[in-house]
Design a binder for this molecule. Structure first.
Ligand code: UD1
Length: 381
């Protein structure tokens, strides 16, 4: 029996972990799984709504660490997770994505010599001012099994000296969730609630520190959005940090930009999949719009998901207002130029491949984990 400890912490983790949990559940004679929620995201709208929408089981263990500075958040997760790991003694810790909970738990597992599988390994923005980039690089250095979504991720890892035998290209697990939930999202009433007609609005997400923590860049982006909204109304489900920054800086949403509370998975899927255009600084939405062929303008100077530009419907437009406005106008007049294709292995079966890799490689030599865990356990008592 392979003991697997799955970790989630923040909103973008849930849609990556849900299909893995479901796929593990289909192998009851081979695996036993435990779900740990670090509590990095804790609001009903940022966490519980996703568990419901994605029909995820309640976490077995909740660390309730909550927000803080990066160091506080990472340290709190580490302290609480170390106790869990010593008690649970799993064969694998599975971490997903690039949030602070990901690196915190990977760091703890590596010191206890418990094997780490990193889902969504190998993505790189090459921008070390982004906290997520630090989390990606370090988690990948620590991981024993690097589960990648695309060939560019494999190449990044090879360049960083990761041995090829640790890398398994499994595809994009978030797209498993997308395909699984499309049908259910049709029942969402969000378009009626917001009185929107398909293709007659744009959708916006914005929460990166580089965009929203600096009053000047937030104002510049908002001025561009105000111009675009003269031609096409924009719906903006706002992240709590963005709302907090806007009120702190006295920046209000321009006319035509409708701020709403964060949406659950199904409502948000219904919303963006019916949008004429997505404007975003999120990583996940760049991939999701590529999978469904919705034109997407990414309001960042770089992306760790270049495949969405090379193959999909994403364009990197930066944060210069005139460039954002001209790119949006171009997208609205010539959306045929946004035709793309879905990348290889973004096929709805990534979770199955992840579970196969976990089971296949569980039998290999451990890093001496149980010995290390036992001596830690005796230290702790
Ligand atoms: C985190 C991730 C980011 C991801 C984003 C998606 C890191 C470094 N960043 O950023 O990669 O794209 O999640 O949402 O891990 N807050 C609430 N309620 C919540 C969660 C957060 O009010 O449920 C507020 C808190 O005031 C908190 C702030 O939002 O201080 C930011 O939350 P935090 O988890 O620190 O980072 P995110 O910006 O959400």
């Amino acid at each position: 029996m392979v003991k697997i400890l799955n970790v989630v912490g923040a909103r973008p983790n849930f849609m990556k972990m849900a299909p893995i949990i479901a796929a593990l559940k289909r192998r009851p004679n081979e695996v036993r799984q435990t779900l740990v929620h670090t509590g990095q995201h804790y609001d009903e709208a940022m966490s519980a709504a996703f568990f419901r929408d994605l029909r995820m089981p309640e976490p077995d263990i909740h660390l309730e660490t909550r927000a803080g500075t990066h160091a506080q958040q990472t340290a709190r997760v580490m302290l609480a997770f170390e106790e869990v790991l010593i008690a649970q003694q799993p064969d694998w810790v599975v971490v997903v994505g690039d949030v602070n909970s990901t690196i915190a738990c990977a760091l703890v597992a590596s010191k206890l010599n418990v094997r780490i599988a990193h889902v969504e390994a190998g993505l790189r923005s090459f921008d070390r001012t982004m906290p997520e980039e630090i989390n990606r690089v370090l988690t990948d250095q620590l991981a024993d099994l690097l589960l990648t979504p695309s060939a560019d991720a494999d190449a990044n890892l090879r360049r960083e000296g990761i041995p090829v035998e640790r890398i398994a290209r499994v595809g994009n697990v978030m797209i498993d969730t997308l395909f699984q939930q499309l049908e259910r999202a049709r029942d969402s009433n969000i378009l009626n609630e917001l009185e929107l007609s398909p293709r007659e609005f744009a959708v916006l997400t914005l929460h990166r520190p580089s965009n929203v923590d600096d009053p000047e860049s937030l104002r510049r982006i908002c001025s561009a959005l105000g111009e675009i909204a003269l031609e096409l109304p924009i719906v903006f489900p706002a992240h709590p940090r963005t709302k907090a920054r806007m009120s702190e800086f006295g920046v209000s949403a321009p006319a035509g930009v409708r701020m709403v509370d964060p949406l659950g998975y199904l409502d948000f899927l219904r919303l963006w999949s019916n949008a004429r255009l997505a404007l975003t600084d999120s990583g996940g939405l760049q991939e999701e719009t590529t999978a469904l062929g919705v034109p997407c303008l990414t309001l960042r100077e770089n992306t760790e998901r270049p495949i969405t530009i090379e193959q999909g419907t994403n364009r990197l437009v930066g944060t210069d207002p005139s460039r954002i406005i001209s790119s949006a106008r171009e997208a609205l007049t010539n959306d045929a130029s946004y035709a793309g294709r879905t990348p290889e292995l973004w096929d709805g079966h990534a979770a199955k491949r992840i579970v196969e890799a976990l089971i296949e490689r569980a039998g290999g030599s451990s890093r001496g984990g149980s010995h290390q865990l036992q001596s830690m356990a005796s230290l702790a008592t």
